[in-house]
Design a protein around this ligand. Structure first.
Ligand SMILES: [Zn+2]
Ligand SMILES: [Zn+2]
Length: 241
């Protein structure tokens, strides 16, 4: 699980995922909208399996909010830096430095497959960030780039001031990195998803604006097979289950 906003536990229940099934929560940064759902998640667990939390050093508000909880259930928090990587179940997880107003990390999730099959599926998740060179490098030919797009282009100055990205900035990154698809998240609640979609599609051909609980299907493709163009068409929103 990557980040846990408010209501995260309720959303998990709606898709019939038991919180005990979760092995790890990868936190991008300690802003409230990214960790408010952790206490409910911790409390819902049956204390059978450990839950690992990986994220940057806790901010003071996060420390106060989570104090006690980190000890009350088998929850292990590990502060990680921009060079962290680890196998976690059947996924290899790795951090990427990003640019936000507090210490913030993106996450790269790469499928672990037995043998040396090429074309392991890879997802890059930006968290909250300005467009970042490290995200671009990590996202090169990734199957899916999940990038924040807090502001529409007309508010590019706000994106700059608040260290977020605009829709077009996210789409430019996707085209430069030649990713399979771009999923826009963290769209400001005053802006419509449809206009974000249209704005991004002017730059990059395969844009998804997922709704809560949507599943995204990524078909495995072998390296080089369909990757000459950006947006190579093997990633689809399946709707919610
Ligand atoms: Zn945020
Ligand atoms: Zn933030």
């Amino acid at each position: 699980m990557v980040d846990a906003g408010i209501g995260a536990l309720r959303q998990l229940r709606r898709i019939h995922v038991d919180s005990d099934e979760i092995d790890a929560v990868l936190i991008t940064h300690w802003h409230f909208d990214h960790y408010a759902g952790l206490p409910a998640l911790f409390k819902s667990r049956k204390r059978t399996r450990p839950l690992y939390i990986y994220g940057p050093n806790l901010s003071i508000p996060a420390r106060l909010y989570l104090i006690g909880l980190l000890r009350s259930t088998p929850v292990y928090f590990q502060a990680v830096t921009e060079n962290f990587s680890k196998d976690c179940g059947d996924i290899h997880i790795k951090t990427v430095p990003t640019v936000h107003d507090i210490l913030s990390l993106g996450w790269v999730l790469t499928e672990i497959v037995p043998g040396e099959r090429s074309g392991k599926r890879r997802i890059v998740i930006s968290g909250d960030t300005r467009p970042a060179q490290a995200i671009l490098s990590a996202a090169r030919e990734a199957d899916l780039l999940v990038h924040e797009a807090t502001y529409p282009d007309k508010h590019a100055n706000r994106a700059y001031t608040h260290e977020h990205s605009t829709v077009t900035e996210a789409a430019n990154l996707a085209i430069k990195a030649r990713v399979g698809a771009l999923a826009l998240t963290h769209i400001g609640h005053r802006y419509s998803k449809l206009s974000a979609l249209k704005e991004a599609e002017k730059v990059f051909p395969l844009v998804l604006v997922p709704s809560p609980l949507d599943r995204i299907c990524i078909e495995a493709v072998s390296d080089g097979a369909a990757r000459e163009n950006s947006g190579w068409g093997h990633v689809k929103i399946m709707g919610n289950r």
